[in-house]
Design a protein around this ligand. Structure first.
Ligand code: IMP
Ligand code: MG
Length: 183
């Protein structure tokens, strides 16, 4: 789905497809250099990270396995509850592995902070975070993020994996929604 297919539902485009691809390419090079010779496992958080993972892993100049977790966070609203529940756990034993969590967005940071702590309790060699988007102004917890695609303003965004009530995940760009969509 392109921005044009959104019609009146789209308020504005924040990040274009090309900007996303360029940035993911840079991050992939950096990640590959940092993890050279290490047992790297990419861990995606469903469902938002699906699109980022697909593009980031293909941008890597080498291969690495991936695994997925599903957790509940927002429900269908636009505010983080901080209540996290594992809906689907990893199938991989991460003992001694270098885990890189791949996320779509860090808003309050509550979700990622919880996941990171949970994974760190399983004796991995390391746990780091790569997120396409970060809203720095609304961070509720201090969470070190090694790789950030873009810092964005504290607005609710959709597209590139991010949804509003399960819609617009397939939008190619990252953008904001017109007010009428929420009412
Ligand atoms: P946090 O716990 O506040 O950091 O929220 C993390 C999760 O909330 C993300 O993985 C998203 O699924 C969702 N989320 C946060 N901000 C947005 C947004 O602007 N648009 C869509 N989903 C969001
Ligand atoms: Mg998500």
């Amino acid at each position: 789905m392109d921005a044009a297919h959104m019609g009146a539902d789209l308020e504005k485009v924040l990040i274009t497809e090309e900007e996303i691809q360029t940035r993911l390419g840079e991050l992939a090079e950096q990640i590959w250099a940092d993890y050279e010779g290490k047992d790297l496992l990419l861990v995606g958080v469903l469902k938002g990270a699906v699109v980022v993972m697909a593009d980031l892993m293909r941008a890597l100049p080498g291969t690495a396995p991936m695994d997925w977790m599903a957790i509940s966070s927002y429900g269908s609203g636009t505010k983080s509850s901080g209540v996290v529940r594992i809906l689907m756990d990893l199938r991989t034993d991460i003992t001694d592995k270098h885990v890189l969590i791949v996320e779509d967005i860090i808003d309050s940071g509550l979700t990622l902070s919880w996941i990171k702590t949970n994974l760190e309790s399983r004796s991995p060699a390391s746990v780091e975070i790569c997120t396409l988007l970060r809203k720095p102004e609304v961070a509720k917890v201090e969470i070190p993020v090694k790789y950030v695609g873009f810092d964005i303003p504290p607005e609710f965004v959709v597209g590139y994996g991010l949804d509003y009530d399960e819609r617009y995940r397939n939008l190619r760009v990252v953008g904001t929604l017109a007010p009428h969509v929420y009412s």
